[in-house]
Design a protein around this ligand. Structure first.
Ligand SMILES: [Zn+2]
Length: 408
């Protein structure tokens, strides 16, 4: 593991401390029964702010080969909400950019092809790029050609050299994962046609801080972006943030439309102004965050402790990385939570990192009917509560942990 002392975006050396989450297991490293007896690697997790370019980031970089390649358990197609969100995004671009059989749509971190398949269906050539083996194989089987590798500046040059430049580049929830932030953005500039658009989604740091979404901070997420930080990053590579949309997905995200020509729209001007007004570009905005997160930990521990003292049984929903961050930071183990359920069959039968709680299929909720379910995947709360209507009808209750623990 490497620890950076300078800003990942602008190279500034005077990074200011925001939050220390302690040493923690890797949030996506689910364990098999055999691995429970082996030592589990743990790494520090420290959040800092760059006063020069206003980027919030973590100091630690775990090698990407450790994080994303072998047995990476995330398959996009397991969420209905995400599939709808992606389809709407693709159809909107196909119409607005008048894409056709002569166009090329590329997705960086294309996972199992969940987004590009919408282009394939209407005859638009696509190329997926993803280092995770299982999802890349799954994409190929549904007709989404996928390079099973990391996207880098070098790969972009190679593709451009072969005449494969893109009309649309999608990069959803990947920019924050990349250790070489500048190399990745320069690769986008190389791969994009002069008339093309890069459509990039990132979790929005303003929502993260205001809604206390500390559990979205883990070793995969190296950066936490504001529009201000992104605007500065893109301009360094001849790219311009021209349009932006705020989206509710993943607890609050930005969808950025980035082009090689500068035509900054009102949506971007408005958001940059809001960030100045709310001081998102200053350390003040982040000062209270650590105290609020500690308070959340105290409150959630007290709630779960009180329920257990009354003899209530508690399960959890969502073996996602954010769930691992939450249970590890708050200190929720098998004494509080009997089991975690998840729809992803690749996760079932494994154990949560750090706390070693077993992961089972969602049908287990109705079988065991615990009195409470802690929603670790609170970003999909509406979808999950909808799916679990019968559990609720039988008297089951849900606990939503952020921005403050509440029972619904
Ligand atoms: Zn910086």
């Amino acid at each position: 593991m490497a620890t950076t002392m300078i800003c990942r975006s602008c190279g500034h050396a005077g990074l200011e401390s925001v939050l220390d989450l302690g040493r923690t297991a890797l949030a996506d490293r689910l364990l098999t029964a055999e691995q429970l007896g082996e030592p589990e690697p743990q790494y520090p997790l420290v959040v800092v702010f760059c006063p020069q370019c206003s980027l919030l980031q973590i100091l630690e970089t775990v090698p990407p080969e450790v994080l994303f390649c072998e047995n990476y358990p995330y398959y996009s197609s397991f969420s209905d909400a995400l599939l709808r969100h992606s389809r709407d995004n693709a159809l909107d671009l196909i119409a607005r950019r008048e894409l056709g059989p002569g166009s090329l749509a590329v997705e960086l971190a294309s996972n199992d092809g969940y987004l590009l398949k919408n282009y394939v269906e209407v005859g638009i050539p696509v190329l997926g790029i993803d280092p995770a083996e299982g999802p890349a194989r799954a994409a190929a089987t549904i007709g989404v050609p996928t390079l099973n590798t990391f996207f880098t500046a070098e790969l972009a040059q190679q593709l451009a050299g072969e005449g494969r430049r893109a009309d649309v580049i999608h990069a959803n929830n990947v920019l924050a994962h990349v250790a070489d932030t500048n190399g990745f953005v320069s690769g986008i500039a190389t791969l994009l046609k002069d008339s093309g658009v890069a459509v990039i989604e990132v979790p929005y740091v303003k929502d993260l801080i205001e809604h206390r979404e500390f559990d979205t901070i883990y070793h995969e997420h190296l950066c936490y972006f504001s529009a201000t930080a992104l605007d500065r990053l893109f301009r360094g590579h001849g790219l311009f943030l021209n349009e932006v949309k705020r989206l509710p997905i993943h607890g609050g995200s930005l969808r950025l439309y980035v082009e090689k020509v500068e035509r900054v729209g009102d949506s971007v001007k408005g958001l940059l102004k809001l960030e100045v007004d709310d001081r998102v570009d200053r350390i003040d905005f982040y000062r209270d965050f650590a105290r609020q997160v500690q308070q959340l930990r105290t409150d959630l521990r007290a709630l779960l402790g009180a329920l257990r003292a009354q003899g209530k049984r508690i399960a959890a929903y969502g073996a996602a990385a954010k769930g691992a961050t939450l249970i590890n930071y708050v200190g929720i183990g098998p004494e509080q939570i009997d089991f975690v359920v998840d729809r992803n069959v690749h996760k079932q039968g494994k154990y949560m990192p750090g706390q070693h709680i077993p992961i089972l299929g969602p049908e287990k909720l109705l079988e065991a009917q615990p009195e409470y379910v802690l929603l670790l995947a609170w970003n999909f709360a509406a979808e999950i509560m909808d799916q679990q209507a019968e559990y609720a009808q039988r008297g089951g209750r849900f606990i939503i942990p952020v921005p403050e623990p509440k029972v619904v």
